[in-house]
Design a protein around this ligand. Sequence first.
Ligand code: SF4
Ligand code: SF4
Length: 112
Amino acid sequence: MTYVVTDNCIACKYTDCVEVCPVDCFYEGENMLVIHPDECIDCGVCEPECPADAIRPDTEPDVEEWVAFNRKYAEQWPVILSRKDPLPEATERDGETGKLEKYFSETAGEGS
Ligand code: SF4
Ligand code: SF4
């Protein structure tokens, strides 16, 4: 089992989750983070820390596609080890639907 990041992280990237993960398994894209499903130890501490409610356990329905998504980009993007400021439009776009189609960028973030 693993936890994964889902679409409400896109364009928000608050990064509160990064601070609490005991195994540093968050990876940073230009405008979202992902969790490496093979590195996550399923502790669950990041889920309540996410202000965007974007982190989900893979036991929930409709999360399967996000496991593949998280794995794909975790293998391409740099690891992120410390918290940084959210993106400027984070509050405005929190909860917006269709973020994947509208805003997702495959580009890697800056890393840390
Ligand atoms: S706290 Fe939530 S919205 Fe912020 S980077 Fe982590 S998963 Fe994304
Ligand atoms: S569930 Fe635990 S190990 Fe997995 S990403 Fe969240 S904090 Fe890290």
